[in-house]
Design a protein around this ligand. Structure first.
Ligand SMILES: [Ca+2]
Length: 298
């Protein structure tokens, strides 16, 4: 009798466990469907642009849900510009110099092929990610998908009403809409670049992680920059911006394309670095680090 009760109890447990698993499956499928619906018009737009439906489906259905909070954070007003002053501390200059010494053979090749000052490349890597220490953990596919769907008023409404009354007053609805529609177009271009990377260079875009604005790897390249200026510096057949040689050569390629080799005067050099990051404090910091690093290398 006792044995029968124990067996029946086990059977009930198995049935209960199966029921939970089946419920979890349907809840998961429901979430995936809801998520797919949110991205539906974006999915159609990408397929109409010529990207393969299975690839787009697979990527967007596995992407995290739209990050409205992230979009909202970028629309908050009253935030001061970032400070770069601490990068000019002697310990930071020493780190920039050490990086050049640790990768001197790579920099020799880079200098011979691209002609870009190693001190500038090292300064950029220091400021962007502290030589790969802080590259960001946000799924870049979700970042650009979240911004890309802001072409829809319903999605902008959701961000708008998540802002504080003061932020809404500072923006005004017209300027807010204009900004988010511009960001949506920008993010869509980045998404296209991501899918191009997946199609032509076999990169798994779903696994790419980066900053909250979707910048990737040690040099914090946007996908469009990665497509255009990414270089396989160590010759292993793939471009990985989380490896020093690829990061160094890719930055060199970018700066050469923006005219570094022709830039002789300080304002000309400023203009080239401004092409990398549209921030005057950033530009002055990078050139300041590079100058001090070069002085110490002599
Ligand atoms: Ca490589």
């Amino acid at each position: 009798m006792l044995k029968q009760v124990v067996v029946a109890g086990r059977q009930n447990c198995i049935v209960l466990l199966l029921a939970i698993l089946i419920a979890m499956f349907f809840v998961g499928a429901g979430c995936a469907k809801a998520q797919g619906d949110t991205y539906r018009h974006l999915e159609l737009k990408l397929v109409r642009a010529g990207f393969s439906r299975p690839m787009v489906d697979r990527a967007l259905r596995s992407a995290p849900p739209p990050m409205f909070h992230l979009v909202c954070d970028t629309m908050r007003t009253g935030l001061g510009p970032p400070s770069y002053a601490h990068f000019l501390a002697p310990s930071e200059i020493a780190a920039a110099r050490r990086f050049i010494e640790d990768h001197r053979y790579c920099f020799q090749e880079e200098k011979a092929e691209y002609g870009v000052d190693p001190a500038v490349i090292s300064a950029i890597l220091l400021v962007e990610t502290d030589f790969g220490t802080f590259t960001g953990k946000t799924p870049v596919l979700a970042v650009f998908s979240s911004f890309a769907i802001m072409d829809r008023k319903a999605n902008r409404d959701r961000v708008w009403w998540s802002l504080s009354p003061q932020d809404r007053k500072n923006w005004g609805r017209k300027a807010f809409d204009k900004k988010l529609i511009e960001r949506s177009a920008w993010a869509y271009r980045q998404l296209c670049a991501l899918f191009e990377l997946e199609e032509t260079r076999a990169m798994s875009v779903a696994s790419l992680r980066g900053s909250v604005m979707g910048a990737i790897g040690w040099p914090q390249f946007l996908p469009t920059s990665l497509v255009k200026y990414g270089v396989d510096g160590n010759g292993d057949g793939r471009i990985d911006l989380n490896e020093a040689p690829d990061a160094i050569f890719s930055i060199a390629n970018y700066l050469r394309a923006y005219g570094w080799c022709q830039a002789k005067t300080f304002p000309q050099k400023e203009a080239v670095i401004f092409g990398y990051n549209h921030s005057t404090p950033y530009v002055l910091t990078v050139l300041g680090i590079a100058k001090r690093t070069s002085e110490e290398l002599r």
